[in-house]
Design a protein around this ligand. Sequence first.
Ligand code: PLP
Length: 484
Amino acid sequence: MVNAESTAFRAALEAVRAVEPRIADAIAKELTDQRESLKLIASENYASPAVLLAMGNWLSDKYAEGTIGRRFYAGCQNVDTVESVAVEHAKALFGAPYAYVQPHSGIDANLVAYWAILADRVEVPHLRKFEKRQVNDLSDAEWAQLRAAFGNQRMLGMSLDAGGHLTHGFRPNISGKMFDQRSYGVDTATGLIDYTALRETAREFRPLVIVGGYSAYPRKVNFATIREIADEVGATFMVDMAHFAGLVAGKVFTGDFDPVPHAHIVTTTTHKSLRGPRGGAVLAQPELADQVDRGCPMVLGGPLSHVMAAKAVAFAEARRPEFATYARQIVTNAQALAEGLLSRGVKLVSGGTDNHLVLLDVHPFGLTGRQAEQALLDSGVVTNRNAIPQDPNGAWYTSGIRIGTPALTSRGLGAAEMDQIAELIHTVLTGTAPADGSKAKYRLDPALADRVGKQATELLAPFPLYPSVDLDEGAGAEPTSATG
Ligand code: PLP
């Protein structure tokens, strides 16, 4: 008998194929490609069949602007249930007093948080606290005052080359236009956040908001220390835990390293180490709750009810003891990968890792990040290039490669396989040379790339992805893990 998951996905594809076969083919092909690729992208994962299936239904048809029980549309009782369950799980999972699960992505979650902080903190001349008023009640003159007061407020966030994210006040993102941003970075010798310099900058710059969190910093962050600095200068402390939410949920990061008890407001994505659907969420202290609830319609469109359903499923999965085991294994694997690379002479930013990612400095191989990324891809190893502290090659070519273990850990790979992966990466990097004085072109023996590609495939063979899902003739295995 064909198992339920194979039946469900086959039926879905059949329905799609009847309308537009090219889309059905692309969906099916994506499964094949994901199964075959050695995915080391630190921000990606594999959501469970339950999470994926929770998204593919008629909850998508419903408009539900507003908040639970207070919608601008009629007939939202089922969306209310979905959102309430997701909120209940998010609060319990992270020990947060308040959760908002509507943001469609990490960027959106950050925008919701920035608006909430501005509305909570900025005193507008002649208006008492903005939070007491509905935006529609303001006269044109008051609205102009508010715009003037909100502009150019100060933000202190982690610099891009130290691992910060574009949404933390940088120019390609709207946050760079909303805030006058200054960065803190890492100590050049150790690669670790320089908390003393952070404190000095905060004292001098007096930011309205300090942002913690990162996309490419391989170490723990002491959130208790940053909160202390924020309190000293009167800043609101926000943490963007998009990358490491799974490690917070799985209780790998506790005490000073758990952002939730220390930050005023925490944002996250749900699809990275947390292994849920693509989306975002905000956790906050009660005093910010009213402002965060205005995320829709302030910066968000109508909530994606089907994705909120999938978030609820993912949060429920993350509350199970197996998820804590998974989260610990992510770090064990990242450390094994780091050890494997270090023992082969590869230079790592900060000399190792405490979390789910490792940042390689490929400069000693004479390569840019761009050349290394492409050579690894030619060899079946999927990574992404990333700037390293004080990167001489800038943000486009870079000198770093970022690799992460959440996805391969979901597939079941362990420390022994990580050492083999370190060997494959080292083989490719030593076998690649820059070409024509270019920062993009390189030479790599195709036979070597081919050999590494085959080894990568062999390495993955004992760890099938979504084994319970068989789109062809077979029955599919009985589900045994998060990825089926
Ligand atoms: N914040 C951080 C720290 C991230 O790493 C990312 C994504 O890379 C985001 C926010 C944005 O997330 P999304 O792509 O879901 O908008």
